[in-house]
Write a protein that binds this ligand. Structure first.
Ligand SMILES: Nc1ncnc2c1ncn2[C@@H]1O[C@H](COP(=O)(O)OP(=O)(O)OP(=O)(O)O)[C@@H](O)[C@H]1O
Ligand SMILES: [Mg+2]
Length: 135
């Protein structure tokens, strides 16, 4: 576990991107504003991915990369975990090069288990975040 500035996040995302196999599910948890969405965006840069036309759901953001789609699902606005069933997360996981799930705790138990769980925390200064990765 260590701390990252915004620019250090780019290098960290690149390293995780290189390690994670096809179809890996990445959970992102942490308080509001700890940088979960920002970290997904760093992954899209690491993967040379660009925004693709989004599927039918506002909670799902898809990016096209040379290795296949990066799919980001933000469960924050789910009112009930059951609503995650409409998103068909298992199918997204089969199609994705990487499937990122932000606020997965809102979708439990209707959410695929993580291959990598990134837990984000505020750091020792306002421009840093602590990130703990577990598998
Ligand atoms: N590693 C970092 N170092 C410094 N600032 C960061 C870092 N990561 C994110 N930030 C800043 O924190 C703010 C919130 O980031 P972001 O929206 O990604 O948080 P979030 O965890 O997705 O929040 P939410 O739970 O509300 O969706 C942004 O202004 C972003 O630039
Ligand atoms: Mg967010």
């Amino acid at each position: 576990m260590r701390e990252y500035t915004l620019s250090q996040l780019e290098e960290a995302a690149l390293q995780w991107w290189r390690e994670l196999p096809r179809g890996a599910v990445v959970w992102l948890t942490g308080d509001l504003g700890t940088g979960k969405t920002t970290l997904v965006q760093a992954f899209t840069r690491a993967a040379n991915a660009t925004p693709a036309t989004s599927p039918s759901f506002a909670l799902v953001h898809e990016y096209a990369s040379p290795e296949g789609p990066l799919i980001h699902v933000d469960c924050y606005r789910l009112r009930r975990p059951e609503e995650a069933l409409d998103l068909d997360l298992p199918e997204l996981g089969r199609r994705a090069r990487l499937l990122f799930i932000e606020w997965p705790e809102r979708a439990v138990p209707f959410v695929p288990a993580p291959d990598l769980h990134l837990k984000l925390f505020y750091g020792s200064s306002p421009d840093r975040r602590r990130i703990e990765g577990s598998r």
